[in-house]
Design a protein around this ligand. Structure first.
Ligand SMILES: Cc1cc2nc3c(=O)[nH]c(=O)nc-3n(C[C@H](O)[C@H](O)[C@H](O)COP(=O)(O)O)c2cc1C
Ligand code: SF4
Length: 512
Protein backbone atom coordinates (compact mmCIF):
# COMPACT_ATOMS: atom_id res chain seq x y z
CA UNK A 1 0.00 0.00 0.00
CA UNK A 2 1.42 3.39 -1.05
CA UNK A 3 1.87 6.24 1.41
CA UNK A 4 -0.91 8.31 -0.30
CA UNK A 5 -3.40 5.46 0.08
CA UNK A 6 -2.40 5.00 3.71
CA UNK A 7 -2.89 8.70 4.39
CA UNK A 8 -6.31 8.68 2.68
CA UNK A 9 -7.39 5.64 4.71
CA UNK A 10 -6.13 7.33 7.87
CA UNK A 11 -8.15 10.45 7.08
CA UNK A 12 -11.28 8.41 6.39
CA UNK A 13 -10.86 6.55 9.67
CA UNK A 14 -10.44 9.83 11.57
CA UNK A 15 -13.46 11.32 9.79
CA UNK A 16 -15.52 8.23 10.54
CA UNK A 17 -14.50 8.34 14.21
CA UNK A 18 -15.43 12.02 14.41
CA UNK A 19 -18.84 11.41 12.83
CA UNK A 20 -19.33 8.46 15.16
CA UNK A 21 -18.55 10.74 18.09
CA UNK A 22 -21.06 13.32 16.85
CA UNK A 23 -23.66 10.57 16.34
CA UNK A 24 -23.18 9.26 19.90
CA UNK A 25 -23.43 12.80 21.26
CA UNK A 26 -26.60 13.46 19.23
CA UNK A 27 -28.24 10.22 20.36
CA UNK A 28 -27.47 10.72 24.03
CA UNK A 29 -28.16 14.47 24.39
CA UNK A 30 -31.68 15.45 25.52
CA UNK A 31 -31.94 19.04 24.35
CA UNK A 32 -32.86 18.52 20.72
CA UNK A 33 -35.27 15.77 19.62
CA UNK A 34 -34.45 16.40 15.95
CA UNK A 35 -30.81 15.37 16.57
CA UNK A 36 -31.85 12.28 18.51
CA UNK A 37 -34.05 11.22 15.58
CA UNK A 38 -31.62 12.33 12.87
CA UNK A 39 -28.09 12.12 14.31
CA UNK A 40 -25.38 13.96 12.33
CA UNK A 41 -27.55 15.02 9.35
CA UNK A 42 -29.92 16.85 11.72
CA UNK A 43 -27.19 19.49 12.18
CA UNK A 44 -27.86 20.71 8.64
CA UNK A 45 -31.20 22.06 9.86
CA UNK A 46 -29.55 24.21 12.53
CA UNK A 47 -26.81 25.36 10.17
CA UNK A 48 -29.36 26.48 7.57
CA UNK A 49 -31.46 28.14 10.26
CA UNK A 50 -28.36 30.08 11.34
CA UNK A 51 -27.57 31.40 7.86
CA UNK A 52 -31.21 31.97 6.88
CA UNK A 53 -31.11 35.75 7.53
CA UNK A 54 -28.06 36.08 5.27
CA UNK A 55 -29.66 34.00 2.49
CA UNK A 56 -32.85 36.02 2.89
CA UNK A 57 -31.01 39.35 2.70
CA UNK A 58 -28.58 38.50 -0.09
CA UNK A 59 -30.65 36.25 -2.36
CA UNK A 60 -34.38 36.43 -1.62
CA UNK A 61 -35.30 39.90 -0.34
CA UNK A 62 -36.55 42.26 -3.04
CA UNK A 63 -35.43 45.90 -3.12
CA UNK A 64 -38.60 47.20 -1.48
CA UNK A 65 -39.64 44.55 1.03
CA UNK A 66 -36.76 44.02 3.48
CA UNK A 67 -37.50 44.85 7.13
CA UNK A 68 -37.21 46.90 9.21
CA UNK A 69 -35.42 48.87 6.48
CA UNK A 70 -35.73 47.74 2.88
CA UNK A 71 -32.80 47.33 0.52
CA UNK A 72 -33.54 50.57 -1.33
CA UNK A 73 -33.45 52.61 1.88
CA UNK A 74 -30.31 50.84 3.10
CA UNK A 75 -28.64 51.57 -0.24
CA UNK A 76 -29.66 55.23 -0.08
CA UNK A 77 -28.11 55.49 3.41
CA UNK A 78 -24.97 53.75 2.18
CA UNK A 79 -24.63 55.99 -0.88
CA UNK A 80 -25.20 59.17 1.14
CA UNK A 81 -22.78 58.05 3.84
CA UNK A 82 -20.13 57.41 1.21
CA UNK A 83 -21.06 60.55 -0.71
CA UNK A 84 -21.09 58.48 -3.90
CA UNK A 85 -24.55 58.84 -5.36
CA UNK A 86 -27.55 61.01 -4.64
CA UNK A 87 -29.85 60.01 -7.47
CA UNK A 88 -31.54 56.89 -8.80
CA UNK A 89 -32.04 55.82 -12.41
CA UNK A 90 -35.13 55.02 -14.40
CA UNK A 91 -37.94 55.66 -11.92
CA UNK A 92 -39.62 54.37 -8.77
CA UNK A 93 -39.84 50.66 -7.93
CA UNK A 94 -42.83 51.29 -5.66
CA UNK A 95 -46.43 50.56 -6.46
CA UNK A 96 -47.65 54.14 -6.29
CA UNK A 97 -51.29 53.16 -6.82
CA UNK A 98 -51.64 50.87 -3.83
CA UNK A 99 -54.02 51.86 -1.04
CA UNK A 100 -52.06 53.28 1.89
CA UNK A 101 -49.27 54.70 -0.31
CA UNK A 102 -48.46 58.23 0.85
CA UNK A 103 -47.14 61.10 -1.21
CA UNK A 104 -46.17 64.73 -0.87
CA UNK A 105 -47.92 67.47 -2.84
CA UNK A 106 -45.52 69.49 -4.97
CA UNK A 107 -46.21 73.04 -5.98
CA UNK A 108 -46.96 74.52 -9.39
CA UNK A 109 -44.56 77.26 -8.30
CA UNK A 110 -41.65 75.47 -6.61
CA UNK A 111 -38.88 77.42 -4.92
CA UNK A 112 -35.12 77.03 -4.60
CA UNK A 113 -34.03 75.39 -1.33
CA UNK A 114 -32.29 77.59 1.25
CA UNK A 115 -28.51 77.45 1.28
CA UNK A 116 -28.29 77.07 5.04
CA UNK A 117 -30.19 74.48 7.06
CA UNK A 118 -32.96 76.19 9.02
CA UNK A 119 -32.62 75.39 12.74
CA UNK A 120 -35.31 74.89 15.35
CA UNK A 121 -35.03 76.82 18.62
CA UNK A 122 -35.86 74.59 21.59
CA UNK A 123 -36.66 76.35 24.86
CA UNK A 124 -39.93 77.66 26.25
CA UNK A 125 -40.47 80.60 28.61
CA UNK A 126 -38.95 78.76 31.60
CA UNK A 127 -35.72 77.95 29.73
CA UNK A 128 -32.75 80.28 29.98
CA UNK A 129 -30.34 78.48 27.62
CA UNK A 130 -32.35 77.65 24.47
CA UNK A 131 -30.72 75.31 21.98
CA UNK A 132 -30.94 75.56 18.22
CA UNK A 133 -31.41 71.99 17.03
CA UNK A 134 -31.06 70.41 13.59
CA UNK A 135 -34.03 68.97 11.70
CA UNK A 136 -32.42 65.54 12.16
CA UNK A 137 -30.31 64.31 15.08
CA UNK A 138 -28.84 61.10 16.48
CA UNK A 139 -31.53 59.38 18.53
CA UNK A 140 -30.81 57.94 21.98
CA UNK A 141 -28.54 54.88 22.00
CA UNK A 142 -26.46 54.07 25.07
CA UNK A 143 -22.81 53.24 25.39
CA UNK A 144 -23.21 49.60 26.31
CA UNK A 145 -25.79 48.95 23.62
CA UNK A 146 -23.35 50.51 21.13
CA UNK A 147 -19.59 50.09 21.18
CA UNK A 148 -17.21 52.78 22.37
CA UNK A 149 -16.00 53.34 18.79
CA UNK A 150 -19.57 53.67 17.52
CA UNK A 151 -20.41 56.29 20.17
CA UNK A 152 -17.22 58.20 19.44
CA UNK A 153 -17.86 58.17 15.68
CA UNK A 154 -21.44 59.40 16.19
CA UNK A 155 -20.24 62.20 18.43
CA UNK A 156 -17.43 63.26 16.09
CA UNK A 157 -19.90 63.10 13.19
CA UNK A 158 -22.36 65.27 15.10
CA UNK A 159 -19.62 67.77 15.95
CA UNK A 160 -18.57 68.12 12.32
CA UNK A 161 -22.16 68.28 11.04
CA UNK A 162 -23.61 70.55 13.73
CA UNK A 163 -26.37 68.28 14.98
CA UNK A 164 -27.25 66.78 18.36
CA UNK A 165 -26.34 63.37 19.74
CA UNK A 166 -28.60 61.83 22.41
CA UNK A 167 -26.62 59.79 24.93
CA UNK A 168 -29.32 57.20 25.62
CA UNK A 169 -30.07 56.20 29.18
CA UNK A 170 -26.73 54.42 29.76
CA UNK A 171 -24.97 57.56 30.96
CA UNK A 172 -22.53 60.16 29.79
CA UNK A 173 -19.27 58.41 28.89
CA UNK A 174 -15.82 59.58 27.79
CA UNK A 175 -16.71 58.27 24.35
CA UNK A 176 -19.39 60.96 24.09
CA UNK A 177 -16.92 63.75 24.70
CA UNK A 178 -15.67 64.56 21.24
CA UNK A 179 -17.26 67.95 20.77
CA UNK A 180 -20.70 66.98 19.45
CA UNK A 181 -23.72 68.64 21.09
CA UNK A 182 -25.26 66.26 23.60
CA UNK A 183 -28.77 65.57 24.79
CA UNK A 184 -28.19 63.83 28.10
CA UNK A 185 -30.90 61.26 28.71
CA UNK A 186 -31.73 59.66 32.03
CA UNK A 187 -34.11 56.74 32.40
CA UNK A 188 -35.56 54.85 35.34
CA UNK A 189 -32.05 53.82 36.48
CA UNK A 190 -30.87 57.50 36.61
CA UNK A 191 -27.47 56.26 35.46
CA UNK A 192 -24.73 58.75 36.19
CA UNK A 193 -27.02 60.72 38.52
CA UNK A 194 -28.16 58.20 41.09
CA UNK A 195 -27.90 57.47 44.76
CA UNK A 196 -26.47 54.18 46.02
CA UNK A 197 -29.98 52.73 46.24
CA UNK A 198 -30.88 53.71 42.68
CA UNK A 199 -32.84 56.91 43.18
CA UNK A 200 -32.31 60.25 41.43
CA UNK A 201 -29.42 62.27 42.88
CA UNK A 202 -30.05 65.99 42.23
CA UNK A 203 -26.49 67.12 43.01
CA UNK A 204 -24.83 64.60 40.72
CA UNK A 205 -27.32 65.57 38.03
CA UNK A 206 -26.63 69.29 38.50
CA UNK A 207 -22.86 68.79 38.23
CA UNK A 208 -22.98 66.76 35.00
CA UNK A 209 -25.74 68.80 33.35
CA UNK A 210 -23.53 71.88 33.74
CA UNK A 211 -21.06 70.44 31.19
CA UNK A 212 -21.14 72.89 28.25
CA UNK A 213 -21.30 69.99 25.80
CA UNK A 214 -24.69 69.04 27.28
CA UNK A 215 -27.20 71.23 25.43
CA UNK A 216 -30.47 69.63 26.57
CA UNK A 217 -31.55 67.07 29.19
CA UNK A 218 -34.20 64.43 28.66
CA UNK A 219 -36.16 62.09 30.89
CA UNK A 220 -36.93 58.81 29.17
CA UNK A 221 -40.42 57.56 30.04
CA UNK A 222 -40.58 54.83 27.46
CA UNK A 223 -39.24 53.60 24.15
CA UNK A 224 -41.33 52.44 21.19
CA UNK A 225 -39.70 49.03 20.87
CA UNK A 226 -40.34 48.07 24.49
CA UNK A 227 -42.78 50.43 26.20
CA UNK A 228 -43.46 49.73 29.85
CA UNK A 229 -40.55 47.36 30.20
CA UNK A 230 -37.55 47.65 32.50
CA UNK A 231 -34.26 45.88 31.85
CA UNK A 232 -31.24 44.20 33.38
CA UNK A 233 -27.64 44.47 32.27
CA UNK A 234 -26.17 41.20 33.57
CA UNK A 235 -23.35 41.54 36.12
CA UNK A 236 -20.88 39.93 33.70
CA UNK A 237 -21.32 42.91 31.36
CA UNK A 238 -20.96 45.51 34.12
CA UNK A 239 -17.29 46.23 33.53
CA UNK A 240 -15.28 48.70 35.61
CA UNK A 241 -15.85 51.33 32.90
CA UNK A 242 -19.63 50.80 32.69
CA UNK A 243 -19.85 50.75 36.50
CA UNK A 244 -18.04 54.10 36.67
CA UNK A 245 -20.19 55.71 33.97
CA UNK A 246 -23.47 54.44 35.34
CA UNK A 247 -22.60 54.86 39.00
CA UNK A 248 -23.36 51.22 39.80
CA UNK A 249 -21.30 48.45 41.46
CA UNK A 250 -18.96 46.58 39.13
CA UNK A 251 -19.87 42.98 38.31
CA UNK A 252 -23.39 43.15 39.76
CA UNK A 253 -26.67 43.06 37.83
CA UNK A 254 -27.56 46.60 36.77
CA UNK A 255 -31.32 47.07 36.86
CA UNK A 256 -33.48 49.62 35.04
CA UNK A 257 -36.88 49.35 36.75
CA UNK A 258 -40.04 49.55 34.65
CA UNK A 259 -41.29 52.51 36.68
CA UNK A 260 -39.74 55.85 37.59
CA UNK A 261 -39.29 56.59 41.28
CA UNK A 262 -39.41 60.37 40.74
CA UNK A 263 -43.08 60.51 39.80
CA UNK A 264 -46.31 58.54 39.98
CA UNK A 265 -48.78 61.00 38.51
CA UNK A 266 -48.88 63.41 35.55
CA UNK A 267 -48.64 66.31 38.00
CA UNK A 268 -45.50 64.87 39.63
CA UNK A 269 -44.00 64.25 36.19
CA UNK A 270 -44.43 67.90 35.20
CA UNK A 271 -43.16 69.08 38.59
CA UNK A 272 -40.10 66.88 38.20
CA UNK A 273 -39.39 68.24 34.70
CA UNK A 274 -39.67 71.77 36.11
CA UNK A 275 -37.18 70.92 38.90
CA UNK A 276 -34.88 69.11 36.48
CA UNK A 277 -34.66 72.26 34.34
CA UNK A 278 -33.64 74.31 37.36
CA UNK A 279 -30.95 71.72 38.23
CA UNK A 280 -29.78 71.82 34.60
CA UNK A 281 -29.18 75.56 34.87
CA UNK A 282 -32.17 76.43 32.68
CA UNK A 283 -31.17 74.19 29.73
CA UNK A 284 -34.02 72.83 27.59
CA UNK A 285 -35.60 69.97 29.50
CA UNK A 286 -38.09 67.45 28.21
CA UNK A 287 -39.13 63.84 28.05
CA UNK A 288 -39.32 61.02 25.55
CA UNK A 289 -42.12 58.50 25.33
CA UNK A 290 -44.01 56.09 23.18
CA UNK A 291 -47.63 57.23 23.45
CA UNK A 292 -49.94 55.05 25.52
CA UNK A 293 -53.44 56.52 25.16
CA UNK A 294 -55.27 59.75 24.40
CA UNK A 295 -56.36 59.84 28.07
CA UNK A 296 -52.76 59.84 29.35
CA UNK A 297 -51.68 62.48 26.84
CA UNK A 298 -54.54 64.72 27.94
CA UNK A 299 -53.75 64.03 31.61
CA UNK A 300 -50.21 65.31 30.99
CA UNK A 301 -51.62 68.42 29.28
CA UNK A 302 -53.94 69.06 32.23
CA UNK A 303 -51.00 68.65 34.60
CA UNK A 304 -49.05 71.29 32.64
CA UNK A 305 -51.98 73.68 32.91
CA UNK A 306 -52.45 73.08 36.64
CA UNK A 307 -48.77 73.17 37.57
CA UNK A 308 -48.22 76.17 35.33
CA UNK A 309 -45.09 74.65 33.84
CA UNK A 310 -44.28 72.71 30.69
CA UNK A 311 -41.36 70.78 29.22
CA UNK A 312 -39.35 72.55 26.53
CA UNK A 313 -39.57 69.52 24.27
CA UNK A 314 -41.26 66.15 24.02
CA UNK A 315 -39.89 63.36 21.82
CA UNK A 316 -42.49 60.96 20.48
CA UNK A 317 -41.10 57.51 19.69
CA UNK A 318 -43.17 55.20 17.49
CA UNK A 319 -43.84 51.56 18.29
CA UNK A 320 -41.95 50.79 15.06
CA UNK A 321 -38.77 52.03 16.80
CA UNK A 322 -35.63 50.03 17.40
CA UNK A 323 -33.78 48.62 20.39
CA UNK A 324 -30.66 46.66 21.22
CA UNK A 325 -32.77 43.89 22.76
CA UNK A 326 -36.43 43.37 23.68
CA UNK A 327 -38.95 40.52 23.80
CA UNK A 328 -40.90 40.16 20.54
CA UNK A 329 -44.17 40.58 22.42
CA UNK A 330 -43.13 44.14 23.25
CA UNK A 331 -41.50 44.90 19.89
CA UNK A 332 -44.51 43.69 17.95
CA UNK A 333 -47.59 44.31 20.06
CA UNK A 334 -47.24 47.27 22.46
CA UNK A 335 -47.38 51.03 21.99
CA UNK A 336 -48.73 53.53 19.48
CA UNK A 337 -47.20 53.85 16.00
CA UNK A 338 -45.42 57.14 15.34
CA UNK A 339 -47.95 58.68 12.95
CA UNK A 340 -50.78 58.31 15.45
CA UNK A 341 -48.74 59.14 18.57
CA UNK A 342 -47.26 62.25 17.00
CA UNK A 343 -50.53 63.64 15.64
CA UNK A 344 -52.27 62.85 18.92
CA UNK A 345 -49.72 64.68 21.07
CA UNK A 346 -49.45 67.60 18.66
CA UNK A 347 -53.22 68.08 18.58
CA UNK A 348 -53.60 67.66 22.33
CA UNK A 349 -51.02 70.41 22.90
CA UNK A 350 -52.69 72.66 20.32
CA UNK A 351 -56.12 72.01 21.85
CA UNK A 352 -54.82 72.71 25.35
CA UNK A 353 -53.22 75.98 24.19
CA UNK A 354 -49.72 74.68 25.03
CA UNK A 355 -48.21 73.98 21.63
CA UNK A 356 -46.38 77.33 21.27
CA UNK A 357 -44.06 76.71 24.22
CA UNK A 358 -43.12 73.09 23.48
CA UNK A 359 -41.12 71.65 20.57
CA UNK A 360 -41.96 68.15 19.38
CA UNK A 361 -39.33 65.66 18.24
CA UNK A 362 -40.22 62.46 16.37
CA UNK A 363 -38.36 59.18 16.07
CA UNK A 364 -39.30 56.00 14.26
CA UNK A 365 -37.67 54.90 11.00
CA UNK A 366 -36.60 58.37 9.94
CA UNK A 367 -34.06 57.59 7.22
CA UNK A 368 -34.66 59.73 4.14
CA UNK A 369 -35.61 63.35 3.45
CA UNK A 370 -39.27 62.47 2.86
CA UNK A 371 -39.45 60.89 6.34
CA UNK A 372 -38.37 64.21 7.86
CA UNK A 373 -40.91 66.18 5.80
CA UNK A 374 -43.73 63.75 6.59
CA UNK A 375 -43.09 64.01 10.33
CA UNK A 376 -42.91 67.81 10.15
CA UNK A 377 -46.32 67.82 8.43
CA UNK A 378 -47.74 65.50 11.08
CA UNK A 379 -46.73 67.86 13.87
CA UNK A 380 -43.02 67.46 14.64
CA UNK A 381 -40.53 70.31 14.81
CA UNK A 382 -37.45 68.07 14.48
CA UNK A 383 -36.63 64.40 14.03
CA UNK A 384 -34.21 61.89 15.51
CA UNK A 385 -32.78 58.81 13.87
CA UNK A 386 -31.19 55.76 15.51
CA UNK A 387 -30.97 52.81 13.17
CA UNK A 388 -30.28 54.81 10.01
CA UNK A 389 -27.39 56.43 11.90
CA UNK A 390 -26.22 52.93 12.84
CA UNK A 391 -26.22 52.10 9.13
CA UNK A 392 -24.19 55.23 8.47
CA UNK A 393 -21.72 53.66 10.94
CA UNK A 394 -21.67 50.50 8.84
CA UNK A 395 -24.50 48.39 10.33
CA UNK A 396 -25.62 45.81 7.75
CA UNK A 397 -28.97 44.98 9.44
CA UNK A 398 -27.86 41.51 10.44
CA UNK A 399 -30.25 41.72 13.44
CA UNK A 400 -27.75 40.34 15.96
CA UNK A 401 -27.47 43.40 18.20
CA UNK A 402 -28.28 41.46 21.39
CA UNK A 403 -25.69 38.69 20.82
CA UNK A 404 -22.47 40.73 21.20
CA UNK A 405 -21.40 39.39 17.79
CA UNK A 406 -22.18 42.46 15.68
CA UNK A 407 -20.21 41.94 12.46
CA UNK A 408 -19.88 45.71 11.93
CA UNK A 409 -18.48 46.57 15.38
CA UNK A 410 -21.48 48.84 16.04
CA UNK A 411 -23.56 47.02 18.67
CA UNK A 412 -20.95 45.04 20.57
CA UNK A 413 -18.61 45.32 23.52
CA UNK A 414 -16.25 42.70 22.06
CA UNK A 415 -12.92 44.60 21.86
CA UNK A 416 -11.83 42.81 18.70
CA UNK A 417 -15.08 43.38 16.82
CA UNK A 418 -15.45 47.03 17.78
CA UNK A 419 -11.85 47.78 16.79
CA UNK A 420 -12.89 47.03 13.22
CA UNK A 421 -15.01 50.19 13.29
CA UNK A 422 -12.65 52.92 12.11
CA UNK A 423 -13.71 56.06 13.97
CA UNK A 424 -12.48 58.84 11.62
CA UNK A 425 -13.99 57.37 8.44
CA UNK A 426 -17.26 56.38 10.13
CA UNK A 427 -17.59 59.83 11.68
CA UNK A 428 -17.28 61.31 8.19
CA UNK A 429 -19.96 58.94 6.96
CA UNK A 430 -22.31 60.04 9.74
CA UNK A 431 -21.74 63.71 8.86
CA UNK A 432 -22.22 63.12 5.13
CA UNK A 433 -25.35 61.05 5.64
CA UNK A 434 -26.92 63.69 7.88
CA UNK A 435 -26.04 66.53 5.49
CA UNK A 436 -27.39 64.77 2.40
CA UNK A 437 -30.62 63.68 4.13
CA UNK A 438 -31.40 67.12 5.50
CA UNK A 439 -30.53 68.64 2.09
CA UNK A 440 -33.05 66.36 0.43
CA UNK A 441 -35.68 67.31 3.01
CA UNK A 442 -35.06 70.98 2.22
CA UNK A 443 -35.29 70.32 -1.52
CA UNK A 444 -38.63 68.58 -0.96
CA UNK A 445 -39.96 71.45 1.13
CA UNK A 446 -38.91 73.91 -1.58
CA UNK A 447 -40.55 71.76 -4.27
CA UNK A 448 -43.76 72.05 -2.26
CA UNK A 449 -43.60 75.81 -2.72
CA UNK A 450 -42.99 76.80 0.91
CA UNK A 451 -40.08 78.65 2.42
CA UNK A 452 -39.84 76.87 5.76
CA UNK A 453 -41.00 73.83 7.68
CA UNK A 454 -43.39 76.05 9.64
CA UNK A 455 -45.36 76.65 6.41
CA UNK A 456 -46.02 72.95 5.80
CA UNK A 457 -49.68 71.99 6.25
CA UNK A 458 -51.59 68.68 6.48
CA UNK A 459 -52.99 69.32 2.97
CA UNK A 460 -49.52 68.64 1.62
CA UNK A 461 -49.41 64.95 2.59
CA UNK A 462 -51.88 62.64 0.90
CA UNK A 463 -52.70 58.96 1.22
CA UNK A 464 -54.23 56.64 -1.36
CA UNK A 465 -57.54 55.33 -0.08
CA UNK A 466 -58.32 53.12 -3.08
CA UNK A 467 -56.39 52.73 -6.32
CA UNK A 468 -58.37 55.63 -7.77
CA UNK A 469 -58.89 57.91 -4.76
CA UNK A 470 -56.83 59.72 -2.13
CA UNK A 471 -57.26 62.12 0.76
CA UNK A 472 -55.03 64.64 2.48
CA UNK A 473 -54.06 64.48 6.14
CA UNK A 474 -56.26 67.55 6.61
CA UNK A 475 -59.26 65.42 5.63
CA UNK A 476 -58.13 62.18 7.26
CA UNK A 477 -57.66 63.56 10.75
CA UNK A 478 -59.45 66.01 13.05
CA UNK A 479 -56.92 68.83 13.66
CA UNK A 480 -57.75 70.82 16.78
CA UNK A 481 -57.81 74.62 16.87
CA UNK A 482 -55.65 76.43 19.45
CA UNK A 483 -57.33 76.23 22.88
CA UNK A 484 -60.30 74.21 21.56
CA UNK A 485 -60.13 71.66 24.38
CA UNK A 486 -60.42 74.45 26.94
CA UNK A 487 -63.58 75.90 25.44
CA UNK A 488 -65.50 73.27 23.51
CA UNK A 489 -63.78 69.87 23.27
CA UNK A 490 -64.88 68.27 19.98
CA UNK A 491 -66.42 64.85 19.54
CA UNK A 492 -63.78 62.15 19.82
CA UNK A 493 -61.89 64.23 22.42
CA UNK A 494 -64.60 65.36 24.83
CA UNK A 495 -64.90 62.19 26.90
CA UNK A 496 -61.16 61.65 27.32
CA UNK A 497 -60.60 65.31 28.10
CA UNK A 498 -63.31 65.21 30.77
CA UNK A 499 -62.00 61.97 32.29
CA UNK A 500 -58.29 62.77 32.12
CA UNK A 501 -56.87 63.66 35.52
CA UNK A 502 -53.56 65.32 36.38
CA UNK A 503 -53.50 63.04 39.42
CA UNK A 504 -53.42 59.64 37.81
CA UNK A 505 -52.36 57.86 34.66
CA UNK A 506 -54.39 55.17 32.97
CA UNK A 507 -58.05 54.34 33.18
CA UNK A 508 -59.87 54.22 36.48
CA UNK A 509 -63.33 52.87 37.26
CA UNK A 510 -65.37 50.07 35.70
CA UNK A 511 -66.58 52.05 32.68
CA UNK A 512 -63.56 54.33 32.67
C1 LIG B 1 -29.29 49.86 19.74
C2 LIG B 1 -30.35 50.80 20.22
C3 LIG B 1 -30.27 51.32 21.51
C4 LIG B 1 -31.25 52.20 21.96
N1 LIG B 1 -31.14 52.75 23.21
C5 LIG B 1 -32.03 53.69 23.62
C6 LIG B 1 -31.87 54.36 24.86
O1 LIG B 1 -30.93 54.14 25.62
N2 LIG B 1 -32.80 55.29 25.19
C7 LIG B 1 -33.85 55.60 24.37
O2 LIG B 1 -34.64 56.49 24.70
N3 LIG B 1 -34.02 54.99 23.19
C8 LIG B 1 -33.14 54.05 22.79
N4 LIG B 1 -33.28 53.47 21.55
C9 LIG B 1 -34.42 53.88 20.70
C10 LIG B 1 -33.99 54.92 19.68
O3 LIG B 1 -33.46 56.07 20.32
C11 LIG B 1 -35.16 55.36 18.79
O4 LIG B 1 -36.09 56.04 19.58
C12 LIG B 1 -35.85 54.24 18.06
O5 LIG B 1 -34.94 53.26 17.63
C13 LIG B 1 -36.59 54.75 16.85
O6 LIG B 1 -35.71 55.31 15.93
P1 LIG B 1 -35.18 54.53 14.62
O7 LIG B 1 -36.38 53.96 13.95
O8 LIG B 1 -34.54 55.64 13.84
O9 LIG B 1 -34.25 53.49 15.05
C14 LIG B 1 -32.33 52.56 21.10
C15 LIG B 1 -32.39 52.03 19.81
C16 LIG B 1 -31.43 51.17 19.36
C17 LIG B 1 -31.53 50.64 17.96
S1 SF4 C 1 -24.80 44.89 11.94
FE1 SF4 C 1 -26.33 43.59 12.89
S2 SF4 C 1 -25.67 43.36 15.01
FE2 SF4 C 1 -24.52 45.08 14.15
S3 SF4 C 1 -25.72 46.88 14.70
FE3 SF4 C 1 -26.40 46.23 12.68
S4 SF4 C 1 -28.17 44.90 13.05
FE4 SF4 C 1 -27.07 45.11 15.01
Amino acid sequence: MGTKTKAALGLMAAGGAALGGVAIHDLTQKKRAVLRNFPVIGHARYLLEGIRPMIQQYFIERDWDGRPFNKTTRQVIEDRSEGTKSEESFGTLRDVGRPGYEWLVHSMAPLEPPELEPRVMVGGPECTQPYSISLMNVSAMSFGALSANAIQALNEGAAAGGFAHDTGEGGLSDHHRHGGDLIWEIGTGYFGARTADGHFDPEKFRAKAADPQVKMVSLKLSQGAKPGLGGVLPGAKVTAEIARIRDVPEGQNCISPAQHSVFDTPRELIEFIRDMRVLAGGKPTGFKLCVTSKRDVLAICKAMLEVGSAPDFIIIDGSEGGTGAAPSEFEDHVGMPLTQGLMLFHNALVGAGLRDRIKLGASGKVAEGNDIVKRLIQGADFTNSARAMMMALGCIQSLKCSTDTCPAGVATQDPRRQKALDVPSKAQRVTRYHRATVDQALRLIASMGVRSAADLTPEMLRRNIEVDSNASYAELYRWLKPGELLTEPPEGWERDWRKASPDHFGFKGALH
